[in-house]
Design a protein around this ligand. Sequence first.
Ligand code: SF4
Ligand code: SF4
Length: 70
Amino acid sequence: MIYIDEKLCKGCDICIFICPANVFESSNKLNERGYTIPIPIREDKCIKCHLCELICPELAIHIVDEDGEG
Ligand code: SF4
Ligand code: SF4
């Protein structure tokens, strides 16, 4: 599962560009700070490399395995 803490996201889109599986798509959805948040629209393509989680400057992304482990 890909969790994005929408409150933390600053809409930098780094996750969109870094993901090798092209999981994220930019959106028009604004968070409460007025930033556009990415949507993990192709979550089924995720290879759990954790790059997005590591690169997000706001630590807004969490990749969680089905069993609940990070
Ligand atoms: S890298 Fe983090 S802060 Fe930047 S758009 Fe993605 S979730 Fe938001
Ligand atoms: S864990 Fe890797 S493959 Fe999955 S969404 Fe993040 S960058 Fe993309």
